[in-house]
Design a protein around this ligand. Structure first.
Ligand code: FAD
Ligand code: NAD
Length: 467
């Protein structure tokens, strides 16, 4: 039995908890998979590195609308994949080597489970088992893809985001089940690269966690690029000579070369024997934490996807900073700030949001001011408008919501090029409690930058609030 001051489970965001401030303390980090966790190895970073070439292909396809002599012919999957993982696998291996070289921190490669309060058993990859106890335990064990219970699935090859980005062969036809973040982003990738994509979503719109106007517009735009089946479920799958047949509940059948399941993720806490440690979860398996990231068990902390209702990397990073501080300063605990958590979908078009949707704000009974401004009604928007390869108004927009009682933003929703960047001043305004009127008029907005679409939406909102 080895005793440590601190044991961290999970070397994703958990790895960032431990730095030189822990010198003098004995620390173990336990990791069962590749060093760096989901974001680096199979999440945010490889997906965005795959999205960049997809955006380039789309831009090249749009060139002729602008008068540019460009054309697009998909992408070379092997080259793209090898560029992405050639780099990321090296970053992961370097991270592991760097961590292993640091004194005072033991990196254990294996799977941990609780055997009692702050007592753990780790099954190492080399077959040995070690028993640990610790004064403090940090649960940074993340989440994993949900695989639905579908008839015939055990008979066919299928993928999740864990492995689809590393496919050996590019699928000419791909079925994407789920129209959330992963389904939206990866359908964009495969469609731009030249695959025939069939996307099956049980709900009535794609990215339905977004404001209604945004998810509707997004669904309309991408439905022109690939086959989107809304209100539809995958009933069963079967093998065919050329691939896999998706049998949908509307009676139709679609044959594909690859099947991607992207219907959500679940926290990994259920694999930790948390009850032995006195760590409580909610009924979705999320570890319950207080505002300081403390679990129900003394000396046990949790962060990121293991405990967050918003399983996003910037949340995990923020949680990790709070846990780090609180481990080192037990008499001066910091509070996790989850008030204004933004999100972005890096599809084409991009989507970004912070705060309440209009439906949520109305449900809360707020006296709401709403303003919209379309990209196409700003100078830079005219330059982009040809981006709409279907000849309709692109529908790119900024939609803002404010509470008339306070004059403050309560929600911001953007759809269009660079939405993930354009949203940042709005996140800042909400975080620092800036009034809409000051934000709109109290600073210069560069002309004719795309940020003018945000400025104009804010001016319209300020007008609404004043009127
Ligand atoms: C395809 C995809 C794209 C994404 N894109 C974005 C994005 O663009 N922006 C964004 O903000 N978020 C994105 N996310 C979400 C983001 O990746 C996660 O929110 C983030 O990585 C969570 O970090 P974490 O440290 O909580 O968990 P992880 O990074 O998953 O780390 C948990 C680690 O714990 C290890 N582990 C689990 N159980 C045990 C055990 N019992 N013993 C030992 N080790 C264990 C796991 O192997 C893993 O390495 C994406 C996710 C996916 C899947
Ligand atoms: N850009 C980003 O920040 C980013 C990108 C990728 C992933 N992520 C993270 O990963 C998490 C998981 O992403 P995800 O896309 O798997 O989940 P999700 O929750 O975003 O979307 C799942 C979708 O699948 C649909 N669905 C559920 N069951 C279905 C079924 N049986 N048939 C058809 N459709 C079904 C749901 O209605 C929903 O639209 C996200 O919640 C997010 O936290 C973030």
């Amino acid at each position: 039995m080895t005793h440590y001051d601190v044991v961290v489970l999970g070397a994703g965001s958990g790895n960032t908890v431990i730095d030189k401030s822990f010198a003098g303390l004995s620390v173990a980090i336990v990791e069962r998979g590749p060093f760096g966790g989901t974001c680096l190895n199979r999440g945010c970073i490889p997906s965005k590195m795959l999205i960049r070439p997809a955006d380039v292909v789309d831009a090249a396809a749009d060139g002729p609308r602008l008068g540019a002599r460009t054309s697009a012919d998909g992408a070379d999957w092997d080259a793209v994949r090898d560029r992405v993982f050639g780099r990321l696998d090296e970053v992961s291996a370097d991270g592991r080597a760097c961590r292993e070289s640091l004194p005072g921190v033991d990196l254990l490669s294996g799977t941990a489970r609780f055997t009692g309060p702050r007592a753990l058993s780790v099954e190492l990859h080399d077959g040995a088992t070690v028993e640990l106890t610790a004064d403090q335990v940090v649960l940074a064990t993340g989440s994993r893809p949900v695989v639905p219970d579908i008839d015939g699935l055990d008979q066919v090859e299928h993928h999740t985001s864990d492995d689809v980005m590393r496919l050996e062969t590019f699928p000419r036809r791909i079925g994407v089940v789920g129209g959330g973040y992963i389904g939206a982003e990866l359908a964009h990738v495969f469609a731009a690269y030249g695959a025939t994509v069939t996307q099956v979503e049980s709900g009535e719109a794609l990215i339905s966690n977004q404001d209604h106007d945004i998810s509707q517009t997004f669904t309309r735009i991408v439905s022109q690029r690939w086959d989107v089946r809304l209100g539809t479920s995958l009933e069963r799958v079967s093998r065919a000579a050329g691939g896999t047949v998706m049998h949908l509940d509307d009676g139709s059948e679609v044959e594909v070369d690859a099947l991607l399941l992207a219907i959500g993720r679940r926290p990994n806490g259920d694999l930790l024997d948390l009850d032995r440690a006195g760590v409580e979860t909610d009924d979705t398996g999320r570890i319950l934490v207080d505002e300081h990231q403390r679990t129900s068990a003394e000396g046990v902390w949790a962060l990121g996807d293991a405990s967050s209702p918003e399983p996003l990397k910037h949340v995990a990073n923020q949680d990790a900073r709070v846990v780090k501080h609180n481990l080192l300063h037990p008499d001066d605990l910091r509070v996790s700030d989850h008030r204004f958590v933004p999100n972005a979908v890096f599809a084409s078009p991009q989507v970004a949001a912070v705060g309440l949707t209009e439906a949520e704000a109305r449900e809360q009974g707020l006296d709401l001011a709403v303003a919209r401004h379309e990209y196409g009604d700003t100078a830079f928007g005219w330059a982009l408008e040809a981006d709409d390869r279907h000849g309709e108004a692109a529908g790119y927009l900024v939609k803002l919501l404010a509470d008339r009682a306070t004059g403050r933003l309560v929600g911001a929703h953007l759809l269009g090029p660079q939405a993930s960047l354009l949203v940042q001043p709005l996140i800042q305004a909400m975080s620092f409690d800036q009034p809409v009127a000051d934000l709109a008029r109290g600073q210069y907005w560069i002309h004719p930058a795309l940020t003018e679409v945000v400025e104009n939406a804010l001016l319209a909102l300020a007008g609404e609030l004043a009127g």
